[in-house]
Design a protein around this ligand. Sequence first.
Ligand code: HEM
Length: 326
Amino acid sequence: MRLFAAVSTLLTSLVVIATASAENAIQLSAGATSAPTRMAGNIDSWAALAIVATALISAWAINHYAARVRTVGTLVSALACLSVAAWFFFYILNTGFLENPKPNQTPLDSAKPALLWIQASLSLVAGLFLLLVFKRRLNDSEMLAISAKNATDRYGSVSRFLHWSIAILFLALIPMGIFTSIIPEDTAYRNAYYVVHKTLGVIVFLLLLLRLIWNGLSPKPALESSLKPIERKLAHGVHVALYLMMIALPLTGFIMTSYHGYPTFFFAWEFGPLWAPSDSATIIWGSLHKYLLPYLLYLILGAHILGALKHRFLDKHSEGMKRMLS
Ligand code: HEM
């Protein structure tokens, strides 16, 4: 109960701070002051396509029935995590944008360099960990007996594919969104980041719709029997919260962008705003997409990952991870 009270106080303060500060800074959301320009040869769309293809191939390969394909998938995932870390340590740190970002719109914006440092370091650790898993899997020859549909005790290949492709793209969108929002206005490639971010955001939303349809066609396996009643409630709550986040983040991004009068990009295509621009609506939806939901997400993801690790390493139950991995 105390935790709940602390979390609600934090969230209420976030909204108040964000909204109050944002009232002085209408440029809360979606892009440059001038009309967005596309890069020559649609390089931005190709970059988006490369990221989507990497996520889909990794998600397909790490769940493949053949050990050799799973091993290659692990290597691709490791390299993807290491690329995110390299992007930060070798490129972003050299842009000077962390020291001289686009002017802050709210006091919370000053946390962005720290958030990027944390996320890049986590990506580095995840990449190194996956390299170790790759090394161990080199001798693996186990064929997975896995069907497309979910079984009563583990997920099938379709759910696994959707789970991991959504997870990879979703996690990539967070540092990308933060970096996009600090790029100074006059930077030539600024809009390219918006193109990639918005395209990936729309893809996550579409994949999530598929996942929800699939959940209806093939019911999810029951929660692990070794979980205590309180752990079951927490696990269920965290799962529901994550689904809500995956729906709310792309929707609020799209609505904020539309109210700000900017287009939503999907690779080389552009969709103009669906309604008339409104500064007050931009502030409300921007406060949700840029502040409330990301901070809430950090709490939920932290709970999800810590819960899974506690269950696996402190309580020594390996069934939970196996349901989605083996
Ligand atoms: C799962 C999907 C998505 C996630 C996880 C996500 C996450 C984020 C995050 C964490 C930020 C940084 C906020 C900040 O620190 O200021 C951001 C910024 C942004 N997002 Fe998204 N986003 C998603 C989808 C979308 C979509 C679909 C759109 C639009 C169609 C969009 C538009 C934007 C824009 C315009 C910004 C930059 C705002 C600025 O310039 O300050 N996002 N997003």
